[in-house]
Design a protein. Structure first.
Length: 612
């Protein structure tokens, strides 16, 4: 039974012009609806082509010509349609946006031999007789929760004579993107089968090193929903600040950058709710025991080692941190675990996701020279090492972390297993996030039985190449480029530790499962891009490069024949950047607008299959 619902709700927030956010991120199908003036299109012999981003896994086009779209009604397969509140709200939000923005894609796609076809200008002078008047949505499990592994598959059918768009999904968590205004058409009949390659497709926001306002966080969620990214990894704090309001230990926010740069509980719930309505999970991170000074030291100064030392990287014996400011939780001090439990339990009550990231990266052994608890513990038994110290942390902290929920799954950075020091017995049910070593570390972790999230800094760190994060660096005090510009990582760490800048092409071309066995590849749960940003720079750093990551993780970077689709992605990405800006996401410009208006005129190689 289908239940009718009129597509109007002016009280819902503006989301995106072509967005029927039926959930979270997909059907990224831009039914490229030709707006106003078929005669004008016919006169140029170029159509506004369906050019979806991310590309669906399978898309089959008809050839009978445009299908008019009238006043459309949403129909769901559940007679108790109130259960599909997310779907109905998303539809209303999208419809309002469609009629407000009246978007016409500026980028078109010239045919490329041997690539998958898109509709062309042929057939635009005729219309089918049947007008689309409804979208019929069938959802198998409308009560499915937005958690890791939720089924995001769907099919979408637009037939020439059916009068409706039919969508069948296992759960409500997808996104449909449409494009047009009143008097719309769909360019050709189409069938789509789609599902993501990876269940985890994320970006990381770091609000500990620089504060990011709630409106700017919501702006990133809008961009995520449009590009089928579904995990917001919220790195809440770091050594530099504690910006999260706490009831258990309210004094922690004394270490916020200012009273105006604090997230209240209502702020956090607003972000979580906004994200959930758009199919985006929010996974919190509290980094510990490393990167831990601000906030914790306000509760008990003894639980933070080396907080007031000089962090120095130029004289190693004084080195206590990889960046200013230093501070690590004292692993041997008993009260540390009491405070950690209070903070962790309170945050677990706010964040709804079953996953929680508990840090565990970049522990610096020299920091503990400032802790009498640790130095005494090490001298009590000469066989003890700093690896044993890391294991002590795991043995004491993991029961706290697991105790928050029977469904709790923990994430940690790969350092806890691969770096020096590291744990001697790291449980294999912990998801490790790999950020160093590229393919080498991916192989090490998956062959050891860990599920992983790939964030390789050589490919996916979006803030790389902007220069170092420290001042008075003598490596810049030279009057020439000593290598003639050949080495784009000029100056070593002085040129930023992860230089060069990661272009959308480098991101998209990353084959992160290279040399993995089938068993090892199954341990790769997804990918994530982390930058260091603030409210001014965040959108420019993420977009549209993160959309290239979205397609890489959703449908991959290769076509059915195994050839990389980088050449084809160009026009999709250029157009998507314009669409993001039109929807209020301040995305960075990639190329001259000439390149968008003249497909492939800016390609480096005439041979458009040069990228293999």
């Amino acid at each position: 039974m289908f239940t009718g619902l009129q597509l109007k709700n002016p009280d819902l927030p503006f989301f995106s012009h072509l967005t029927l956010l039926f959930t979270h991120h997909l059907i990224v199908m831009k039914f490229s609806l030709v707006l106003g003036g078929l005669a004008a299109l016919a006169s140029t012999a170029v159509s506004v082509k369906v050019n979806p981003l991310p590309a669906p896994r399978n898309i089959t086009w008809g050839s009978s010509g445009p299908i008019p779209v009238g006043d459309v009604i949403l129909r769901t397969s559940d007679s108790h349609h109130h259960k599909h509140k997310i779907v109905r709200h998303a539809w209303a939000r999208a419809w309002d946006t469609i009629t407000d923005l009246k978007w016409v894609p500026a980028a078109t796609e010239a045919p490329i031999a041997s690539y998958e076809p898109f509709p062309t200008g042929a057939g635009l002078t005729k219309r089918t007789a049947v007008t689309i008047s409804s979208v019929q949505v069938s959802i198998v499990d409308g009560d499915a929760e937005l958690q890791h592994g939720v089924d995001e598959s769907y099919t979408l059918d637009v037939a020439a004579s059916s009068g409706s768009i039919k969508i069948h999904a296992q759960t409500p968590w997808q996104l449909i993107i449409s494009d047009g205004r009143g008097g719309l058409i769909i360019e050709q009949p189409v069938h789509i089968w789609d599902a993501p390659l990876y269940p985890y497709r994320g970006i990381m926001l770091d609000t500990g090193r620089n504060f990011i306002t709630v409106p700017k966080i919501l702006e990133q969620i809008d961009g995520m929903a449009l590009s089928k990214l579904n995990v917001l990894h919220w790195h809440l704090d770091d050594s530099q600040s504690w910006p999260v309001e706490m009831e258990t230990y309210p004094q922690m926010t004394k270490d916020a950058f200012s009273p105006r740069e604090i997230f209240s509980k209502s702020d956090i719930r607003r972000v979580i709710g906004y994200a959930k309505a758009r199919g985006v999970r929010v996974i919190p991170e509290v980094d510990m025991p490393g990167h831990s000074a601000s906030g914790w030291q306000q509760v008990d100064p003894q639980m933070v080692a080396c907080a007031h030392s000089w962090w120095s990287n130029d004289v190693y014996k004084y080195h206590t941190s990889v960046e200013p400011n230093p501070g690590q939780l004292d692993i041997i001090y008993n009260k540390t675990y009491e405070v950690v439990k209070g903070v962790y339990d309170e945050l677990s009550d706010i964040f709804e996701d079953n996953w929680f990231h508990v840090g565990a990266d970049e522990l610096q052994t020299n920091c503990y020279n400032f802790s009498t608890y640790v130095t005494n513990w090490l001298t009590e038994d000469p066989s003890r090492t700093y690896n044993d110290l890391v294991q002590y942390w795991l043995d004491r902290a993991l029961p706290i972390f697991r105790g928050a929920s029977p469904d709790r799954r923990l994430m940690m950075w790969e350092d806890v297993y691969l770096s020096d020091p590291h744990g001697t017995d790291v449980p294999r049910d912990i998801v490790l996030q790999t950020w160093n070593g590229g393919l080498t570390n991916i192989k090490k972790l998956t062959s050891s039985g860990f599920d992983i999230i790939v964030s390789s800094s050589d490919f996916l760190y979006l803030d790389c190449g902007r220069g170092g994060i420290v001042s008075n660096d003598p490596r810049y005090d030279v009057q020439s480029n000593p290598d003639g510009g050949v080495n784009f990582n000029y100056g070593g760490n002085g040129g930023s530790w992860c230089a060069p800048y990661k272009t959308w092409q480098r991101i998209y071309d990353y084959d992160f499962t290279t040399n993995l066995t089938k068993a090892e590849a199954k341990h790769v749960l997804g990918v994530e891009a982390p930058p260091m940003v603030d409210s001014v720079t965040v959108s420019n750093e993420f977009w549209p490069r993160a959309a290239a990551l979205g397609e890489l993780a959703w449908s991959g970077n290769r076509d059915a024949s195994g050839r990389k689709r980088t050449t084809l992605l160009t026009q999709r990405l250029l157009n998507f950047r314009e669409y993001l800006v039109a929807n209020g996401v301040q995305a960075q410009v990639l190329l001259s607008k000439y390149c968008m208006q003249h497909p492939h005129a800016c390609d480096l190689y005439y041979n458009q299959t040069v990228i293999t």
